[in-house]
Design a protein around this ligand. Structure first.
Ligand SMILES: [Zn+2]
Length: 260
């Protein structure tokens, strides 16, 4: 394979420095964009996660601005998605707490700079391993409809690049794993792309577009079928996700021990 910036061997630690440098720039740019377009929470906090989401959702800068301006009129999500999601999060959290018998710190809806984590799992005890506490964090992103959640996972990983993200697509009966340590360059490319788009917006270095821009509310066609399918696949998937979490934690422990 031809050597490019993305596969060239580099000195250890350089990519971590680069990622944190880009991330702090992105953080600042997202903050400034939030200020410019008045994108704040009810408590007056800049909604950087929303800004980053919009920056990476549209390649057209004109559409990014439209999305930022119409924030208050965001499409309403059918409560069936939110409540199913809350149920899945709380069942998984309680099951993991129960399984680990106090050995794991498991929390839900954890706020980070660029969004909220559905479930964050940290290993609590283990002497030597605690020194590397950052390296065995797991996050679980739960998708209750057919969407994938890759961008949410990436948003979390740019903040916690040594963590592993698990995407549980309940109704697809899929459990997917992204190890942030294996995809450092992807995270850097993702942050760099968002940063570039952010600077374009901030510097108003674009012309307005006439793309049709309507985010339509997403409704469920067959709520009964949807609910039946969701509840069945939830109970089917729960032990599998728990198994994946425990296996990954064990593997990460071995990695940590092996590298000493
Ligand atoms: Zn556009």
């Amino acid at each position: 394979m031809e050597a490019t910036i993305f596969n060239r061997p580099i000195a250890e630690g350089v990519e971590s420095d680069l990622l944190s440098y880009l991330r702090s720039n992105l953080d600042e740019v997202c903050g400034k964009i939030a200020e410019k377009y008045g994108v704040y929470t009810a408590n007056g906090k800049a909604r950087k996660a929303h800004v980053l989401d919009v920056l990476t959702r549209y390649t057209c800068p004109g559409c990014v601005v439209k999305a930022l301006m119409q924030m208050r009129g965001r499409p309403e999500v059918d409560a069936i998605f939110r409540e199913n999601h809350d149920l899945a999060v709380s069942l998984l959290i309680q099951a993991l707490r129960n399984l680990s018998n106090g050995g794991l710190d498991v929390n839900g809806e954890v706020s980070c700079e660029f969004g909220k984590l559905d479930v964050l799992v940290k290993k609590l005890n283990g002497g030597l391993l605690q020194v590397q506490a950052g390296s065995h964090e797991l996050i679980v992103e739960i998708k209750t409809n057919m969407s994938f959640g890759l961008k949410q996972a990436l948003r979390y990983l740019i903040e916690k690049p040594d963590a592993t993200a698990i995407i549980w697509r309940v109704r697809k009966r899929q459990i997917l794993v992204i190890d942030g340590r294996k995809h450092r360059w992807l995270l850097i490319a993702y942050v760099a792309a968002a940063l570039q788009q952010g600077l374009t917006i901030l510097n108003e270095d674009f012309t307005t577009c006439d793309h049709d821009f309507t985010d339509k509310p997403f409704e469920v066609n067959d709520p009964q079928g949807f609910l039946d399918d969701f509840l069945t696949s939830l109970i089917d998937g729960l032990p599998k996700v728990m198994n994946t979490v425990m296996q990954l934690l064990e593997r990460k422990n071995e990695d940590a021990l092996g590298s000493v």
